[in-house]
Design a protein around this ligand. Structure first.
Ligand code: ASP
Ligand code: MG
Length: 401
């Protein structure tokens, strides 16, 4: 078997943990498997490197930032190989250049284009454990790129895809994917199996266990994933195309606090206004999420929508600047909001899920400001201060003890 094992920063945070991971990888190796290990930077290294950069130059070049950030993964990979060496297991660490993992040119948010397998295969054939740096790639200028925060998961899935691995295991400091954040919802449960689509919705909504692009890639290439703890042997969560059990009505509840609501009041009720507003934002690369338009009254209407919180001020500024062209009377924003979503593949074939969610919120005295749905997700926008209460209420409504 060829096994790809990815360990997150907390799993390699210090000497003790590095040795713990090394031993875990050795067990698979000694059973005769080929083992490829993908590592994140140790502990909070990436954050510290970012701090260091900001300290030198508040607005550093993106190229140099990637050059700097990529050292975190290179450090953990080399140390892991040394630990394995000390344990008497042949291992070799490789960075993105040595493997040749080609990406798009965009620094800080690059995407894989092509990964060579020759070097890795060669080292595996020599019965070495191959340790690969996560999170990094090489662009057409032969510069180091990084894949965006949390990107090591994507490295692991990409390698599993190109190497046709038999198993891709993502090790982290929690035991798997939960029905809600256990710190807020104490009776949250570990999910044994979840579909790519459900996981993608949850990952995008801020359940931070997996990088959302890693899930996209796993779906595209049919790489089955297991998310599990590096600290114990508990069964983790399997992420795959279709779950064996009948689809759960609701698999999980997720929260996204990184959102703001922008409202545009009193625009003319004529064709082309929505186009003008959202075209302006698109041109400024501002992503819009939930959109709500009121029914026109006396020739005017209101349009409100949500954007990522860091884009809210810019959004208001752009719209203020074009206030006349978009015929707006007033533009307002509210940062004190949050999105609560339920996700479940079983929703597609079961009516009444939305009403049960709204009932739970009503019983908890929580006002809904906006609603959005997809085939397998229902999202409500509520006041941020109600978030924990909403999460517990909705979780209790759908997920049985
Ligand atoms: N070290 C990088 C980060 O902290 C990548 C990763 O951990 O996946 O974002
Ligand atoms: Mg991560």
């Amino acid at each position: 078997m060829l096994i790809v094992k990815k360990f997150g920063g907390s799993s390699v945070a210090d000497k003790e943990r590095i040795y713990h991971v090394a031993k875990r990888c050795m067990e698979d190796y000694q059973k005769g498997n080929d083992v490829v290990v993908v590592l994140s930077a140790m502990g909070k290294t990436t954050d510290s490197l970012l701090e260091m950069a900001k300290n030198i130059n508040p607005d550093p070049s993106k190229r140099e930032l990637d050059m700097l950030l990529s050292t975190g993964e290179q450090t953990s990979a080399a140390l892991m190989s040394m630990a394995m060496g000390a344990l008497g297991v042949p291992a070799i660490s490789l960075n993105a250049f040595q493997v040749m993992m080609q990406t798009s040119s965009r620094y800080g948010n690059a995407r894989f284009k092509k990964i060579d397998t020759q070097r890795i295969r060669h080292e595996l054939d020599n019965r070495k454990i191959v340790i690969v740096t996560g999170f990094q790639g090489v662009n057409k200028y032969e510069d180091i790129t990084t894949l965006g925060r949390g990107g090591s998961d994507t490295t692991a899935v990409a390698l599993a895809a190109v190497l046709h691995a038999d198993s891709c295991e993502i090790y982290t400091d929690v035991e798997g994917v939960y029905t809600a954040d256990p710190r807020i919802v104490p009776n949250a449960k570990k999910i044994p199996e979840i579909t790519y689509d459900e996981m993608l919705e949850l990952a995008t909504l801020g359940a931070k266990v997996l990088h959302n692009r890693s899930v996209e890639m796993a779906k595209k290439y049919g790489v089955q994933l297991v998310v599990r703890s590096s600290l114990n042997n508990a069964q983790g969560t399997v992420v795959k195309e279709e779950t064996d059990m009948e689809s759960m009505l609701v698999s999980g509840v997720a929260v996204d606090k990184n959102t703001s609501r922008v409202a545009v009041f009193g625009v003319k009720d004529i064709p082309g206004i929505a186009f003008k507003i959202f075209d302006l934002l698109a041109k400024h690369h501002i992503n819009v999420d939930i959109i709500l338009q009121s029914i026109g009254q006396e020739g005017t209407k209101d349009i409100s929508f949500t954007v990522a919180r860091e884009d809210a001020d810019e959004t208001v500024a752009i719209l203020e600047e074009h206030k006349n062209r978009i015929t707006a009377k007033k533009i307002e924003k509210n940062d004190a909001v949050a999105k609560v979503s339920i996700v479940g593949a079983g929703m597609q074939s079961n009516p009444g899920v939305a009403s049960r969610m709204f009932e739970a919120l009503y019983n908890a005295g929580i006002n809904i400001r906006m609603i959005a749905t997809s085939e397998i997700r229902i999202t409500v926008l509520i006041n941020e201060e109600d978030v924990d209460k909403a999460m517990r209420a909705v979780h209790d409504q759908f997920i049985e003890d």
